[in-house]
Ligand binder design. Structure first.
Ligand code: FNR
Length: 392
């Protein structure tokens, strides 16, 4: 598939095709608290920087005069479904902070392109509404922030299944929030801007536990505040899940795919194989949790060496261009996820900006694969890269 052909040059795009210029214009459009919430990371933000720098530790060595026309085959199979490209929407909460259409816009565009859309537990739009905008039959994944209450966990998973979310992504690195200094300094947590965690607010078991429905027309302001606190603080924070609890998820999720997000160490990748999950996502949450953590791409080769072929390996953190995608795939990732670039796109007129950003990434990736001398994704291997030993 050619996602954007060179008629692109005859049009002025809705936003820049360069990540840094895209972020700069999004910053001008956004509430400063929302911008800082998304742009920031833990502590001194060393991990945010490390995620991007890690891509400079590898360089592509292009090949020429190879049969790569007319178009590159970027398709890939993940958990039994074939996708046009190995690109997945990273789970990102409270997207109405960036545009009123929020998750509706992002899920719609990923549905159009046939790429997996991951709904966050911290979503500002509920399961059913996102399923409707994503579209019937399109690939939807659900990301769980694992509640401390098992009844609530079961209820979330059941609602996800009822709305045809087919892969469960369990985020393990955020059982408490990282030390996010921008948010601490601005006294900001999304619900202060009036953005609620809709999945929790709509949940029938949560209503039972609370003793009221915070979305009912007669709910008081105090009840709404209690519910917001319950969902953002109590239900998904403060417990640190342990490996053996994966069996509890299986009680509802059955044998469907479970993917553990937030894996950074080789030991944890091996444990994921041992505990029988179908996938891992190598991620440091975009540098938002442990400041000083290893740059995501720097952690990839050792994990690939340990578990490649035994489990599906996803990757996120710092992907900003088609060339970045190329490097992650060449190093052995089975798929990659994109976070912040989509949010900056969303800030530019909602779905239009999202479409622009994701189509640009697809196009740049495809052009890079071809110009590097490869016709298909399966040929993009570590031999396409060389370690950069001359600038660091
Ligand atoms: C996130 N991320 C995230 N992860 C998750 O599992 N559940 C969530 O609700 C969120 N929410 C969230 C909000 C915002 C504003 C950001 C920037 C990130 C982390 C996300 O899934 C992913 O790991 C990173 O964003 C990937 O890094 P890049 O692409 O942003 O560099």
């Amino acid at each position: 598939a050619i996602y954007y052909n060179h008629t692109l040059y005859n049009q002025t795009p809705i936003a820049s095709t360069n990540y840094d210029r895209l972020e700069a214009s999004a910053k001008l459009l956004l509430n400063p608290a929302a911008y800082n919430y998304a742009a920031g990371g833990g502590g001194l933000e060393k991990t945010v920087v490390a995620n991007r720098e890690a891509f400079d530790h590898w360089r592509i060595v292009p090949r020429v005069m190879r049969d790569v026309l007319p178009a590159r085959n970027l398709s890939t199979t993940l958990f039994g479904r074939t996708y046009p490209a190995p690109i997945v929407m990273a789970p990102v909460g409270v997207q109405t902070l960036f545009h009123p259409d929020g998750e509706r816009a992002t899920s719609k565009v990923f549905g159009e392109l046939g790429l997996p859309y991951t709904l966050s537990t911290a979503s500002s739009t509920g399961f059913a509404d996102v399923a409707a905008s994503n579209g019937l039959g399109n690939p939807r994944w659900y990301q769980l922030y694992w509640p401390s209450d098992d009844d609530l966990t079961r209820s979330y998973l059941q609602t996800a299944l009822d709305n045809e979310y087919e892969v469960l992504v369990v985020t393990l690195d955020t059982w408490d929030l990282g030390w996010r200094t921008r948010d601490l300094d601005q006294g900001f947590f999304p619900f202060i801007l009036g953005v609620g965690v809709q999945i929790g607010l709509e949940d029938p078991v949560a209503h039972q536990k609370l003793g009221f429905n915070p979305l009912a027309p007669n709910a008081t302001q105090e009840q709404k505040q209690t519910a917001a606190l319950y969902h953002t603080v109590v239900t998904s924070r403060g417990i640190s899940p342990v490996w053996r609890n994966i069996t509890k998820l299986r009680e509802v999720w059955g044998e469907r795919p479970i993917v553990l997000k937030g894996i950074q160490s080789v030991e944890d990748a091996k444990l994921a194989v041992q505990y029988g999950v179908q996938g891992i996502i190598l991620s440091n949450h975009g540098g938002r949790q442990v400041d000083g953590a290893i740059g995501s791409l720097d952690a990839l080769p050792a994990i690939v060496e340990a578990v490649k072929g035994k489990i599906t390996i996803g990757f996120d953190g710092g992907i900003r261009s088609g060339s970045d995608i190329f490097k992650a795939i060449a190093l052995g990732a089975d798929f990659i996820q994109v976070g912040r670039p989509i949010l900056w796109g969303l800030a530019h007129e909602g779905e239009k900006g999202v479409r622009h950003v994701i189509k640009s990434l697809l196009a740049e990736f495809e052009i890079t694969v071809g110009l590097a001398g490869y016709a298909a994704l399966k040929d993009v291997q570590v031999g396409a890269l060389v370690k950069n030993t001359w600038t660091n």
